[in-house]
Design a protein around this ligand. Sequence first.
Ligand code: FMN
Length: 325
Amino acid sequence: METIEKLFSSFKIREGFELCNRIVFAPVYLNLKADSNVFRSFYVERARGGTGLIIAPVPTPGGLTDLYTSSFRVAAQRLIAECREYGTWIIPQVFSGVGDWVNTMSKEEIAKLPASFAQCAEKLKQIGFPGMEIHGAHHSLFMHLLSPPINHRADCYNGTLNARARIQSETVKAIKSRVGSDFSLFYRMSAADLLPGGFMIEEAKVVGVMLQTAGLDCLDISVGGTGLNQGTECPDHTHAEACFSPYFGAVKKALDIPLIGVGRITSGESAESILCRNKADLVALGRQLVADPYWPLKVKEQRECGIVPMADWYKCVPRKNPVYN
Ligand SMILES: Cc1cc2nc3c(=O)[nH]c(=O)nc-3n(C[C@H](O)[C@H](O)[C@H](O)COP(=O)(O)O)c2cc1C
């Protein structure tokens, strides 16, 4: 095996927010309350296992204001501190809204989103997070707006690519002007919706540049998963190792800001090769880090034969929702 050096090299998002390596725990929704002990222990174990950055989806069943409670603040500050003991940073992933609403939300409701997100970002910054990620991929509202087969609106949020990406850019601008440069904004987008006549890589490059111009700090690229093709964002064993690299590699070429790539990355060798071939700046692993939180340490210490293999699809976390059912 070639030497794995780049994967374990540090990466600076900005002054004061430097990752100890290039390994990201991709957002994996856990069906757990964000202020619960089990939520915290799950992530702290990934920090102990050597992950550089954790992106943790935070449930907001009652809306973004769920993140303004004192119980969330106290639990989040403890989580951040415990992850930092292992040199790991953690940021929350905030859902941009349910994609099913795309054609039913009023223009006024959509127009309010940038201000709501900016207020939410300010609260998260006050808590002590170094940044946040907007979930604008898969079955989210922001992704459904981008997708021509799904977005049937007849207003300023449809028609041209600029119009389909309008609210996403305005949201990035609003957040960055509210929180400034010492709070880093990540954005997750599917580089293609994998639907006939749908959103494709060439458009993803343009949207990536629009978000970059709006002030985005890091783009996190996924693929598919719009709900009309549920599951495509989690490629199963019939897919090749790192099968989304043609997508994120293409988008990376169009951008100057850092980019995260994901999709069935399970070996240190393929992660290293993605970085060395400049297809991404950071590599994200979802199901593999669910299966084995110690993947980073095992790869670093060349103990790869001891890695617990990942499970396909959503089998990796309990299906039944223990909190909100
Ligand atoms: C159980 C489960 C929950 C997920 N939840 C989210 C989520 O909340 N937000 C998100 O952007 N992606 C989510 N994903 C997608 C993952 O972040 C990742 O993109 C996908 O699993 C492919 O990466 P992998 O092959 O390394 O697992 C989820 C995936 C799984 C398996």
